[in-house]
Every structure is written in C-alpha cells, then in structure tokens.
Unconditional design. Structure first.
Ligand code: FES
Length: 97
C-alpha cells in the first residue's frame, strides 16, 4: 500500500443511486444525484478548483432523501452529510474550499 500525497481541501461524495420505483426504500437519489454531481463538477472546474475540490459519484449512504440527493462533504474544517440537496443549493457545498 502506498499512501498518495494528494489530498483535496474538500471532497464531495454525491449519491446517484437508482432503485426500482416500487422499492420500499424509495427511488434513491438517481437523476437528482446525477444533476448535482454534474453541476458540482462543472462549477469546480469553472472556478479553477479542481485540485482543491474533488467530486465523486457514490452509491447509497443510507440517508436517503425524499427529494434531491444526499451528499457527504469531507473537508479540512469538518465532515457532514447533507440530505435533500438539489441544483439550487448544491453550490453552497463549495464554499470555503
Ligand atoms: S439512495 Fe442516495 S443516500 Fe440512499
């Protein structure tokens, strides 16, 4: 095992898990997660933050939202999991990066 020296200031894990419509756990983050992932990737690139901010697509984190997507944010100033994230508020997760 070799520990890589690179670490981002902020690492965002965006759930884009898809379940069948009739799944008792709900449909998952699915398309909302795909939209949030795309937006965060584009915005971090637009801001020239690709080395400070890593955005990674993920599967279910066990905190499934009723709407939007779930995003885990690991940053130098702390960690948190955010539910119900949509395109209108996803950008706030880039703040302080
Ligand atoms: S399906 Fe996204 S957190 Fe569970």
């Amino acid at each position: 095992v070799i520990r890589a020296p690179q670490l981002p200031r902020v690492h965002l894990f965006v759930c884009a898990n898809v379940r069948a419509d009739d799944n008792p756990l709900g449909p998952g983050c699915g398309e909302a997660g795909e939209r949030v992932f795309k937006l965060l990737k584009e915005e971090s690139l637009r801001r020239g933050m690709v080395h400070q901010v890593w955005v990674t697509k993920a599967f279910c984190m066990g905190i499934c939202p009723k709407r939007g997507a779930t995003v885990a944010r690991h940053a130098e100033d702390g960690r948190g999991i955010f539910r119900d994230v949509d395109e209108s508020d996803a950008i706030t997760l880039l703040e302080d990066a």
